[in-house]
Ligand binder design. Structure first.
Ligand SMILES: [Zn+2]
Length: 340
């Protein structure tokens, strides 16, 4: 009777285990068979009713049945776990046909594009790009550039003073002075950077804007070198056919000084709305470095000479991209900036 019961339990277990499709169900079956109140446990409890001489044999069958069921359960568990993992892997497969998430990449500001273009031209001519502090000593910003104490540019209404010796630089020229003081000659440099002036904001003015200044100091540098260099610069920036003209001007740190105009790149010099009928567009200031400026920075004007020039970065960006209001460059309206 006992053997019959065990045989039935075994068959029943096999059917149940074979039909199982989840690990949770398998666990229920295990508890139902081998648990405290499980079928096989119940059989063991009935051992006391088995005749003593049959007990060893029945005991052995019980053990064998238990072992066989445990083995079946373990095999089923391994199979189900494997299947579960396979299903998971399938569900997690990356669908390469799905559209990619849009990656919003920004792009360079028109000022930056213009600056990189100017830098490329001068670096191509062997110039070094040099930077300097935006908070500067009055000495470097004015005095060392031959701008005396009573000069109108030093007026507090034009310059942001931190105290009477320190200010926000009004031009990038102090970078040139610092470079000259280092005394590594010859010098071939451009100094781009932000400058500050106490101006009200309008279409052509801003309290903060950018300049690019350049300077060459070497033996036998003449005005012809200045003209040739800046003509080449204008051609590379505005096009092959661009012509330049120099008008006498005055700057305290250069002598002689000039302003350079370029032929309008819209009409080629005939005169149009863009150049206001002039045919020429004013582009930069330049001149031969004043002997006093050289001397103040420890360079012998008898041995060395040089030229310097300064151009407004915004002026170039406005001209190149035909923008008629400087404020547009600072408002950072993405709809406007996207156009460049
Ligand atoms: Zn024109």
């Amino acid at each position: 009777m006992m053997k019959e019961r065990l045989k039935k339990i075994m068959e029943n277990a096999r059917t149940q285990i074979d039909e199982t499709d989840s690990l949770e169900r398998l666990n229920e079956i295990k508890v139902g068979l081998l648990g405290k109140k499980g079928e096989l446990t119940e059989v063991l409890k009935g051992m006391k009713d088995v005749a003593p001489e049959e007990r060893p044999q029945v005991g052995q069958i019980v053990n064998e049945t238990r072992q066989a069921i445990e083995e079946m359960l373990e095999n089923a568990r391994t199979d189900l776990a494997k299947k579960k993992r396979e299903l998971q892997m399938k569900a997690e497969v990356i669908d390469v046909t799905l559209p990619a998430r849009k990656n919003n990449v920004g792009h360079r500001h028109p000022n930056t594009i213009a600056l990189e273009e100017v830098e490329k031209i001068f670096v191509g001519m062997g110039y070094e790009v040099v930077e300097g502090p935006e908070v500067e000593y009055d000495y470097y910003n004015f005095e060392a550039l031959n701008i005396p104490a009573n000069h109108p540019a030093k007026d507090e209404q034009d310059t942001f003073y931190i105290n009477d010796k320190i200010l926000l630089r009004t031009q990038t020229s102090p970078v040139q002075v610092r470079q000259m003081e280092r005394g590594h000659l010859p010098i071939r440099m451009i100094a781009p950077g932000r400058v500050f002036r106490a101006d009200e904001v309008d279409a052509t003015h801003s309290p903060s804007f950018h300049q690019i200044e350049g300077m060459v100091i070497d033996k036998n540098i003449t005005f012809a070198d200045l003209k040739g260099t800046l003509q080449e610069f204008a051609r590379e920036l505005f096009g092959e056919d661009t012509k330049v003209k120099f008008r006498p001007h005055h700057f305290p740190f250069t002598e002689p000084s000039a302003e350079m105009d370029v032929t309008c790149f819209k009409c080629g010099g005939k005169g149009c709305r863009f150049c206001k009928g002039e045919g020429w567009i004013e582009i930069l200031g330049c001149g031969m470095v004043h002997p006093k400026v050289l001397k103040m920075s420890g360079i012998d004007p008898e041995e060395y000479s040089g030229f310097a020039f300064g151009v407004g970065l915004e002026r170039i960006a406005l001209l190149k991209y035909e923008i008629d209001d400087m404020r547009l460059l600072y408002e950072n309206d993405a709809r406007f900036l996207k156009q460049f």
